[in-house]
Design a protein around this ligand. Structure first.
Ligand code: UGB
Length: 607
């Protein structure tokens, strides 16, 4: 009460609100006015930020927290009244006619798309000290995830413009001036470093105005079942905060005004994706094609899921009152839900060797008009959950403070039954290889389940590219098995290409001839748009680069000592962290490097 005198009027209101919401403990140890006044004002600056960055303000946060904490204490099932079953969705097979058609449709639609990358997470499970977006997607070229994502979006942008027969929606003077927007959601943990990576690399070729960073704020931590806010143990004038989850992206997009701007510019789709899936853009064109063809309001990308794999399961939930929804059930909730619904074995594989529930890879495609309509009602707030770790079975105290969380894939939960919510399943090898687990945890993953590590993420890129080339008609040697950081993986030829070389399967097929061969120890880096592998027979390393105005045909046999993989122990601190976590480094022994930096037609034909 005494300290109110030092506060400006707006802060006094906040102080009253806190007291009314049962938060008097925050001020219990405050000295009289005149002592620590600056710290007290700083405390209210933080309260103001917490209040403004949560839809409905802190009072609403505390109220919801109390309700959810009580449900948790009582052990209430969040799916009460719902019965789970396996939903049906669009199942795509890479390279068949329908896949190729969906890809073509998707590429046409891409000029009406905006991309949203959620990258506020630090990746504690990976134990990497930098931001995950700056990690190399593969170490043959060393290009980081962010570069690959941006180059993929730019490739889509260009390919999509090729389909513009009439005027592009963003051009007032004719011709196509499409610039597909890219929003990156950051947090205090990642914002400065994301911006620095972008700036120091000239936005990887994207216009800087095309990239928009939206920073999510953390939320207040809760100390007990009464939702009393937790003070920082080292600073009584500071509330402890933690991330609120990727679900924040919807409220941030809505409040930024971007959605309406995009609609006014003629856009139709918003594609959400995560920070470390090096295969995702293999799936984007076809998935967007499915959305457009089926007119889905929501389309989630999925892959076959191994039971207990740390990805959510797409599930049909039918309520006793007849309501149904197709929604992600998060990996930690799927097993208890199944057990409580008569599946006594819980989350187990069926006769196919996979869980019957498709795995959510959190790539969502939302149709913009219906998204705006829904967000106009909700403001973008997403159903939250709380996951306190209790000290004991009495559930009266927590081991450490907790907070409310929300997930972006819970967006469909508030949609009306008329909403067209679908999902698209693709092969895992093509679409999904995240980098989330540190080497020790990855090595402990049950046999047969994916490691989701830096090792498996990189090997998956080579595997996918090799399989795509194989499907296109190139003879590719079988992989060998090897063990890195305690994880057994298939090692395929190290094939990488620029997204604009092979954005779709149809595009790859156009650029490879039938009589090509790549041996298993080989490395093939394709660094240019118009490079045609006519009769290449590669046993070694070929690094070929060209400007867009050069047409290059590659013919004949290339043989050299190539690039080899050398094992690196993850505990060996003499190597940089991004190398250690994958368990190998690339030793560039010998290669043929060919660069075409002038316009014209060329043939690379080694003697
Ligand atoms: N992220 C944020 O931007 N802000 C946050 O506050 C938190 C995260 P994780 P997890 O497909 O791989 C998700 O930690 O727990 C970003 C889905 O919920 O990697 O593995 C973060 O930077 C799950 O259903 O998520 O689970 C990252 O880009 C399944 O689909 C993204 O959010 C799984 O991912 C995901 O963060 C998956």
């Amino acid at each position: 009460q005494k300290n109110l005198s030092i506060l400006p009027p707006a802060q006094i209101e906040l102080a009253r609100m806190l007291v009314e919401m049962g938060q008097s403990h925050l001020f219990r140890d405050w000295p009289d006015p005149g002592v620590d006044d600056q710290e007290k004002l700083a405390f209210f600056d933080q309260i103001k930020l917490l209040n403004e960055s949560y839809p409905g303000g802190l009072a609403s946060y505390i109220k919801t927290a109390r309700e959810l904490l009580e449900d948790s204490r009582l052990g209430k099932n969040p799916f009460d009244g719902f019965t789970p079953s396996v939903p049906t969705g669009e199942q795509l097979t890479f390279g068949d006619d329908s896949f190729i058609n969906f890809e073509e449709t998707g590429i046409k639609e891409a000029r009406k798309a905006a991309f949203v990358l959620v990258a506020g997470g630090l990746g504690e499970r990976l134990g990497y000290n930098g931001i995950k977006l700056a990690l190399p997607r593969e170490t043959t070229t060393g290009k980081c995830f962010l570069q690959h994502y941006i180059e993929s979006i730019l490739a889509l942008q260009e390919a999509s413009c090729g389909y513009v027969e009439v005027m592009c929606p963003r051009s007032s003077s004719g011709g196509c001036r499409t610039e597909i927007p890219l929003v990156i959601m950051t947090s205090d943990d990642t914002h400065a470093r994301t911006l620095q990576v972008l700036k120091s690399n000239a936005y990887f070729g994207m216009a800087s105005t095309q990239v928009i960073l939206l920073k999510q704020e953390k939320v207040a931590c809760l100390a007990d079942n009464d939702a009393r806010l937790a003070l920082d143990p080292k600073n009584k004038y500071r509330i402890q905060t933690k991330p609120h989850g990727h679900g924040d992206v919807h409220a941030l997009l809505y409040s930024s005004g971007l959605l309406k701007k995009w609609r006014d510019e003629g856009l139709r789709w918003v594609l959400f994706f995560q920070d470390t899936n090096g295969l995702l853009f293999n799936a984007v064109p076809a998935a967007l094609g499915v959305s457009a063809t089926k007119q889905y309001h929501v389309n989630s990308l999925a892959v076959p899921r191994k039971a207990k794999e740390a990805i959510g399961g797409i599930t049909k939930l039918t309520h006793a009152d007849g309501r149904t929804m197709v929604i992600n059930v998060e990996y930690n909730q799927l097993d208890p839900l199944l057990r409580a619904s008569g599946y006594s074995d819980g989350d187990v594989n069926c006769e196919t060797g996979y869980s019957p529930f498709p795995g959510n890879i959190n790539q969502l495609i939302l149709e913009l008009d219906s998204y705006i309509e829904e967000l106009s009602k909700t403001g973008g707030s997403i159903k939250e959950f709380v996951n306190p770790k209790y000290k004991d079975a009495s559930k009266s105290a927590f081991k450490s403070s907790t907070r409310l969380e929300c997930m972006m894939q819970d967006y469909p939960k508030t949609l009306p039954p008329t909403a067209r919510v679908g999902f698209t399943v693709m092969d895992t090898w093509l679409a999904y290889a995240p980098v989330k687990n540190n080497p020790e945890d990855a090595a402990k993953v049950p046999k047969g389940n994916p490691y989701h590590s830096a090792t498996s993420g990189e090997m998956a890129v080579y595997r996918a590219n090799s399989l795509i080339l194989k499907k296109a008609g190139i003879h590719i040697d079988e992989p060998v098995k090897d063990v890195f950081n305690g994880q057994e993986v298939e090692v395929w030829p190290r094939v990488t290409w620029l997204p604009k070389w092979g954005l779709s399967f149809a595009e790859v097929k156009k650029k490879v001839g039938a009589n090509c061969f790549v041996s298993q120890p080989s490395t093939l880096v394709i660094n240019g748009r118009n490079i045609h592998l006519e009769t290449l027979s590669l046993n070694g390393a070929l690094i070929i680069s060209s400007v867009d105005s050069a047409e290059v045909r590659v013919e004949g046999a290339i043989q050299n000592k190539g690039w080899t993989l050398e094992k690196v122990d993850y505990k060996d601190a003499s190597f940089p962290e991004e190398i250690r976590i994958r368990g190998f480094r690339i030793n560039k022994v010998e290669q043929l490097e060919a660069t075409y930096d002038q316009p014209g037609s060329f043939t690379l034909k080694p003697q």
